[in-house]
Design a binder for this molecule. Structure first.
Ligand SMILES: *[C@@H]1O[C@H](CO)[C@@H](O)[C@H](O)[C@H]1NC(C)=O
Ligand SMILES: *[C@@H]1O[C@H](CO)[C@@H](O)[C@H](O)[C@H]1NC(C)=O
Ligand SMILES: *[C@@H]1O[C@H](CO)[C@@H](O)[C@H](O)[C@H]1NC(C)=O
Ligand SMILES: *[C@@H]1O[C@H](CO)[C@@H](O)[C@H](O)[C@H]1NC(C)=O
Ligand SMILES: *[C@@H]1O[C@H](CO)[C@@H](O)[C@H](O)[C@H]1NC(C)=O
Ligand SMILES: *[C@@H]1O[C@H](CO)[C@@H](O)[C@H](O)[C@H]1NC(C)=O
Length: 658
């Protein structure tokens, strides 16, 4: 029987069973730096080999999930944390059909146990003991809700308003245990990390190298935590059950001194059939649109036989999960499915502080709000603290007001909005910066190389072109000129600039043209009113103006330029930049009036240091988990990437830095 015939038979069976159609199943695969090659090699092949399954490519796992709901894909593979997020959206009509088990016999990916020495008999014995902990950093399947699960269950968390949430957590740990080894980073920012480690030294005191407390420590990680216990260093260790079982196989270790410590406060001997576990990690799962879930389940189950080449190809395509798809007993809703994993869902009900310390994040459109909600879910299930709330306002200006009035903590502002934001009593707490400097907006006052002007003051009374009105370049010039001429500028910015230059053309005046002095557009030709760096440069190039305020990034991209020392060559002519003060013509540098990040996170100017720090750390962690880098093979969510093919929602496609 050839493939086509078989396929036809399968389809007819499918149809007999009452499935909607005999159409292809569409698998949504996530393209990332790790998977792109495989996808580009295998997806076309899959299409050629069969008309059973075809690829749909998404940019993150949540994007794939949304495609299922939109009906543009039929199934995808998710991490269990993603499934928790999906369960938060009741309207998401998806079902869990298979588990991608690495070991077909293992029901759970892993389980966590607490192992104690004889010195710990009861729950109240824990206080003042010595803790062996694998570490807090998120790595593959080791996420925050797992690393912090034990402490969240046995220690009462502090909510001291003079400390960040993270520091509160560390402080409670520090006072609950005599000593510990929790090596590796505690915070996403290394300066803050060092500070915490110097303040709460006892949490590194058990480490092999207490002063370092590095992830390379002997007592760090899965094995390290067990070694820490068996080397007679600690009294209690937070470890994986499979690691523990393996470890205690070693006959040199006297098992009789160790017990499992159970969530109900009792103990059980190591080596008993039923160890007591605290939290269980599910395998990655296949989720499918509910209408087509049964067919997906069957297709996936058939994969392990690999009778046909397309099945092998599909298997390879899902290689990140080293799959052995195992049918779930019954096809279930995400919530029902997750209920079967002790502790997993409850890891997400963490005690919160009062008053709430959620980050109130202002968003100014429906699209921003949707992206923010996914970020909220993603951050929460991956254990980022504080959690965020998305506050929607009807426009950007209302978001600035919300931050000003303390109704929101932060808003992501565009470069051209910063000037006004600062005037309104807001300040930048973080910036989104590009990877390369060439991608930064670099605003300069450009003049012909052989002109006689030496500084910005010299262009008074001349002719100028501005690329935009109220944009970053305009604001930079206004700021500098106000500073230089101290208090001489009492009138509006537009009037002041009009007084400074004899004639000018300010592009992008739009409706404002009726309100501003006419020498702000006396050089303009009628057809060129939109904000435009190229046109502003052309003013200078054609000799219409003597100075142009432009963004070198845009000029470089749109026209092309080359820089050598202080000489900028554009369209075969030589230019130079003006500095605020007189400079030597031989000075070998370019003067920037300002540069601008791609966007800035702004907050109230009177935000407390603690609050700023805690927001900063949370954003940094989001950047690490959902930014240019991410945990695992594919990102759950992309902070800077497209949101359902829309670019620049909330954040531009870039990196977050201070
Ligand atoms: C798929 O088939 C097309 C045309 O039939 C062919 O051009 C292409 O090379 C094939 N691709 C693969 C990956 O086999
Ligand atoms: C922005 O929204 C606020 C409040 O909803 C409204 O009062 C204001 O007029 C809006 N501004 C613009 C420019 O649409
Ligand atoms: C910040 O605090 C200072 C001093 O208390 C106050 O003068 C200022 O108005 C506050 N800023 C805002 C935007 O409320
Ligand atoms: C104004 O100029 C002084 C010195 O010339 C400088 O220190 C200050 O930062 C400037 N202020 C602004 C807002 O540029
Ligand atoms: C800027 O002006 C140039 C002509 O000077 C035109 O070709 C270009 O399309 C304009 N760009 C924008 C963004 O309007
Ligand atoms: C410009 O020169 C003045 C005095 O000549 C000096 O006070 C000021 O700091 C200089 N500004 C810059 C930006 O170099």
């Amino acid at each position: 029987m050839d493939i086509r015939c078989f396929v036809w038979m399968l389809f007819s069976t499918v149809c007999l069973c009452g499935f909607a159609s005999g159409e292809n199943l569409r698998i949504c695969v996530v393209e990332s730096v790790h998977t792109a090659k495989r996808i580009h090699r295998l997806c076309p092949k899959l299409g050629n080999l069969t008309n059973q399954v075809e690829c749909v490519v998404g940019n993150d796992r949540f994007n794939c999930l949304r495609r299922l709901t939109a009906g543009t894909a039929d199934f995808t593979v998710l991490e269990p944390e993603d499934v928790v997020a999906a369960a938060a959206y009741r309207e998401y009509n998806v079902l869990v059909t298979n588990e991608m088990r690495l070991f077909p016999q293992e029901k759970y990916r892993f389980q966590m146990v607490a192992i104690v020495r004889d010195s710990v008999q009861h729950l109240w014995d824990i206080r003042g003991k010595r803790l062996c902990h694998p570490g807090f950093e998120t790595l593959d399947d080791w996420t925050k809700p797992f690393s912090t699960y034990l402490e969240n269950r046995i220690i009462v968390k502090d909510c001291d308003p003079s400390k960040t949430l993270l520091e509160n957590r560390i402080a409670s740990l520090s006072s609950s245990f005599e000593m510990a080894c929790i090596a590796g980073p505690w915070a996403a920012d290394s300066a803050f990390d060092s500070l915490l480690k110097s303040r709460y030294k006892n949490l590194c005191a058990l480490c092999d190298n207490p002063a370092g407390c590095y992830s390379s420590d002997k007592y760090h990680g899965r094995e390290g935590a067990l070694l820490c216990l068996s080397d007679n260093v600690g009294d209690i260790a937070w470890v994986r059950l499979d690691d523990a079982l393996e470890f205690f196989k070693n006959e040199n270790i006297d098992k009789s001194h160790f017990n499992y410590f159970c969530p109900d406060g009792t103990r059980r001997p190591i080596g008993m059939q039923n160890p007591c576990t605290w939290i269980t990690k599910p395998w990655p799962v296949v989720v499918a649109r509910s209408q087509i879930a049964e067919k997906v389940g069957q297709t996936m189950s058939a994969l392990k036989e690999s009778k046909f080449e397309w099945q092998t190809v599909l298997g390879e395509l899902m290689e990140s999960y080293r799959p052995t798809p195992v049918n779930t007993d019954i096809i279930e809703t995400p919530e029902d499915y997750l209920q079967k994993f002790p502790g997993f869902l409850s890891a997400n009900s963490r005690a919160s502080c009062r008053p709430s310390r959620r980050i109130q994040w202002c968003v100014a459109s429906n699209l921003e709000e949707r992206k923010c909600r996914w970020l909220r879910e993603a951050s929460f299930v991956y254990g980022i603290e504080p959690a965020i709330s998305c506050i929607q306002e009807s426009n950007r200006s209302a978001c600035f007001s919300a931050v000003k009035d303390h109704r929101a903590d932060i808003f992501v502002a565009r470069p051209e909005e910063l000037f006004d934001a600062k005037k309104r009593g807001l300040k930048e707490i973080m910036q989104a910066l590009p990877k390369k400097n060439e991608e930064l907006s670099r605003i300069v006052a450009l003049v012909k190389y052989n002109s006689l002007f030496r500084s910005l003051r010299d262009v008074k009374g001349t002719k100028a072109c501005f690329a935009g009105y109220g944009n970053v370049g305009w604001n930079a010039f206004v700021t500098i000129m106000r500073n230089i001429s101290s208090n001489q500028w009492s009138c509006s910015d537009a009037k002041a600039v009009a007084k400074f230059f004899k004639h000018s053309c300010v592009f992008g005046l739009g409706d404002k043209i009726r309100e501003v002095p006419n020498n702000l557009y006396s050089l303009c030709t009628r057809e060129s009113q939109a904000e435009n760096d190229t046109s502003a440069f052309d003013c200078l190039y054609s000799g219409k103006a003597e100075v142009a305020f432009v963004d070198l990034k845009v000029i470089g991209k749109k026209i092309g330029s080359s820089v050598s020392g202080n000489v900028i060559s554009i369209k075969g002519a030589k230019y130079r930049t003006l500095c605020q003060n007189n400079t030597n013509i031989n000075d070998e540098r370019i003067c920037l009036l300002t540069w601008a990040p791609l966007s800035s996170v702004i907050a109230h100017e009177n935000i407390t240091d603690v609050r700023r720090q805690e927001i900063y750390l949370a954003l940094l962690e989001m950047d690490q988990l959902f930014g240019q880098t991410f945990n695992g093979q594919t990102p759950a969510f992309s902070l800077y990437g497209n949101y359902d093919s829309m670019q620049n929602i909330v954040f531009p496609v870039r990196i977050l830095k201070v």
